[in-house]
Design a protein around this ligand. Structure first.
Ligand SMILES: *Cc1c(COP(=O)(O)O)cnc(C)c1O
Length: 447
């Protein structure tokens, strides 16, 4: 993605953020701890945040924003949710890390096993990256095979074998998408387009005897939000069964988000291996991988597949995750109906605002994940990464900048999902839609 020339912010309301960013840049690459936060894709200077409460974040200049980043997914109850904060405060009083077993791990593990159909046994790790890396190692260990299949544009963290982009058109073999990743690692990763079962079958027919796993985000959430086509996930299940390949659902984003049991529950397709993260840690660094008992028993020390972690199963993360899951399960999972209603109102309002402004969009939504793609023309659709990257990032940049100036915080890149939380109330939505009317007009003004 090319960088976009900075557009001048409408006021000097970002003075302190600009100074904070200049200071940060001296000591950290891009002044950030993760690249998207530097705003390069939208040609602006990043805003430095000091606090969050409910649906809102406040920046260092004192500006308030309705927030749809929500930490890129974890904060399904909004910022500083009292249930989570008080559980954290209580846990912190009793020590922050032991390197010894605690009951808190078993409690959260039991909740995960109860909730997620594909998980019978689970191992905690510290990030989604680590979960995906470990699940792939496990699939290889358990199958004795080397290759994996992944979908172009699906993100499974930044582990070497998954930092792969499409090579020349005639082959499914990937090439490293970052310097520092050896070709000898990525040559074991086969790439197929999302939502394309024929491509998966072809890859399995060609390389089937040496494929350990097919990895997929069941709802692609790192190329905007791209739902699976009707029958796609069941088709993957059938192909994996036919060829004897493990099906890995990376539910780091979708787990406990689109349904308490994840996308696998929503669509009724059960994978062999599952990655969880984001919501499961309640906003703390925590993730997990799990699956069928027979596979998971190959993880050390029950089995030989080595994987470990000093801070894994951290008591603060376990407390936050447990409080989060308890809140989500309360009153017969009532929050999911609330999230659906709020997100549906937002969706309808965004469609109306875009239409009024004459700005063509293709809006996707699954529960509280959504994305308005800035397509070229009304009627264009987005079903895979090629479609997503063909959309108008210049229009998104203009939309983003206006939303920011109007007090709505979106992800500073076109290919991120928006996240609605239970803290997004009527007022937050109407403030968002008022800003969106201006922002769609600004986007449509770019020829
Ligand atoms: C966020 C994400 C990851 C990576 O998780 P980190 O905690 O950022 O390492 C992996 N897979 C999916 C689907 C994600 O959305």
């Amino acid at each position: 993605m090319s960088d976009i020339a900075p557009s001048a912010p409408s006021t000097d309301r970002y003075t302190k953020s600009a100074a904070a960013h200049a200071r940060a840049r001296k000591v950290m690459p891009g002044g950030v701890s993760s690249p998207v936060r530097a705003y390069k894709a939208v040609g602006r200077e990043p805003v430095t945040v000091v606090s969050g409460q409910g649906a809102c974040v406040t920046d260092i200049d004192g500006n308030e924003y309705v927030d749809y980043v929500c930490s890129y997914g974890p904060l399904i109850l909004g910022h500083a949710a009292p249930e989570v904060s008080s559980a954290l405060a209580k846990a912190a009083q009793k020590g922050t890390s032991f390197g010894m077993p605690t009951e808190a791990e078993t409690v959260l593990a039991e909740k995960i096993v109860d909730a997620v159909p594909g998980v019978e046994v689970v191992r905690f790790v510290n990030s989604g990256t680590e979960a995906a890396m470990s699940a792939i190692r496990l699939a290889r260990a358990a199958s004795g095979k080397n290759n994996i299949i992944k979908c172009t544009g699906c993100y499974h963290g930044h582990t070497d074998s998954l930092l792969v982009s499409a090579g020349s058109a005639a082959t499914t073999l990937g090439v490293p998408s970052s310097p520092g990743v050896p070709q000898s690692v990525t040559e074991h990763t086969l790439l197929v387009p999302f939502n394309d079962l024929d491509a998966v079958r072809a890859a399995m027919q060609e390389h089937g005897s040496d494929i350990a796993a097919m990895a997929v985000e069941p709802i692609a959430g790192n190329m905007g939000c791209v739902p699976p086509a009707e029958g796609y996930l069941q088709g993957l299940r059938d192909l994996c069964d036919e060829f004897g390949i493990y099906l890995l659902f990376d539910e780091v984003m979708t787990g406990f988000r689109v349904d308490y049991g994840g996308a696998q529950k929503l669509y009724g397709v059960t994978p062999d291996l599952v990655c969880l993260g984001k919501v499961v840690g309640g906003g703390l660094p925590c993730a997990a991988y799990g699956g069928k008992e027979e596979v998971m028993r190959q993880v050390a020390p029950d089995g030989a597949m080595y994987q470990a972690g000093t801070l894994s199963g951290n008591p603060l993360a376990m407390a936050a995750g447990t409080a989060m899951l308890d809140s989500l399960a309360a009153d017969d999972f009532a929050v999911y109906a609330q999230l659906e209603a709020t997100a549906a109102t937002l969706e309808a309002g965004l469609r109306e605002a875009a239409a009024e402004a004459g700005c063509p969009i293709y809006l996707t939504r699954v529960g509280s994940m959504l994305c308005p793609f800035f397509v070229d023309a009304e009627g264009d659709e987005v079903h895979n990464y090629a479609d997503a990257t063909a959309t108008r990032t210049d229009r998104y940049a203009a939309f983003f900048g206006t939303m920011l100036d109007e007090g709505v915080m979106l992800a500073p890149a076109a290919f991120e999902a928006w996240f609605v939380s239970t803290a997004h109330d009527e007022q937050a939505i109407s403030q968002t839609l008022a800003a969106a009317r201006k922002a769609f007009a600004a986007a449509a003004a770019i020829a």
